[in-house]
Design a binder for this molecule. Sequence first.
Ligand SMILES: [Zn+2]
Length: 382
Amino acid sequence: MASNMNDLIKLSREYGSDPGWVVAGGGNTSWKDGDVLYVKASGYPLATIGEDGFARMDRRKLAAIWETAYPEGDDAADVAERERLVLQDMMNARIPGEERRPSVETLLHDLLPWPLVVHLHPTLVNGLTCGVDGPQKAKELFGNDAVWIPVTDPGYILAKVIKESLEDRTSRGLSIPDYIFLANHGVFAGGDDAEEVRQNYERLQKKLTGQIVRKPGDMPKETLFLREKSLVDEIAGEFFGGEISWKFITGGELDRFTTSTEGASALLGCLTPDHIVYAGPGAVYVDSVDADRLKHTLEEYVEVWGKPPNVILINDGKGLQGALVMARGEKSLENAVLLLENALEVCVYTESFGGPLLLEERFIRFIVNWEVENYRSALASG
Ligand SMILES: [Zn+2]
């Protein structure tokens, strides 16, 4: 059956409103109607999206991007210049009058052959994509029905890597895969109509569920942080420009990460770009909290990352054990807690796929510095 705008909106809302499929406004969807690509615009969460949340793109102009030569080097200046030029060409590929900012994955949506494309960051699937044995398990479970894409810079480079991977399949006589797994990120799937998309995602969920050796247990709960409360307001407040919102959470799956620095290691790094964008480029672990220690910890972090940490894991050995989650404003705090919880869940799922494999620092820096992601997080925090 031919798909239409209604299918796109329905699918987007269905998956977007279930945190098992996508959290904090991540993920994106699209629909191809002849020469026009309708793709999710930045800043419109899938859960509530309507027709006005999709940017209209001229597919002929998007295709022309592949004929354009961009700087190829991978030092910081080349990368920045390339991304700037591609972004400019992508903005120019909008249908005249279109003012929304298309998803950073627009090029990729356009080159995938499915009329409907749904890209998600499912918690369960990320157990696979963030797992040490992910590539091997994906091959075992899905064979030629799936493609595994190693960690790749988002935007133009990711689209290019996937384009080449699909062309390589074609040259070997293989058809389009059902799933494109992006290491430490999520999955792309699609179909001719909404029903086909649902079936593909259902099959994926079923197959992975069959592999799970342990499901996530309780999530941490907010608890009073009586000691040093004013310290957080005053000292950390300075680092967050005075608009600090924070809470202290403890218990459940978090406890495993607040026993020691070694125990905390999976949270000191990052699993996926969502975690970097919303919960910061890694947590800090401290074994005491007083004014000097807190200030020093924050200063050190700012020196390394250019911004204060969102998550401080604490265990003072005297009963204070949990995570201090901080952000600028309530909405950002909500997202930081959500992504910390999501990291806990993904970590549990990775137990079924060889344990967690974290992103490399170079990639984390790329995301932290990436203007487009900053824009997305700014919009999501209102
Ligand atoms: Zn994504």
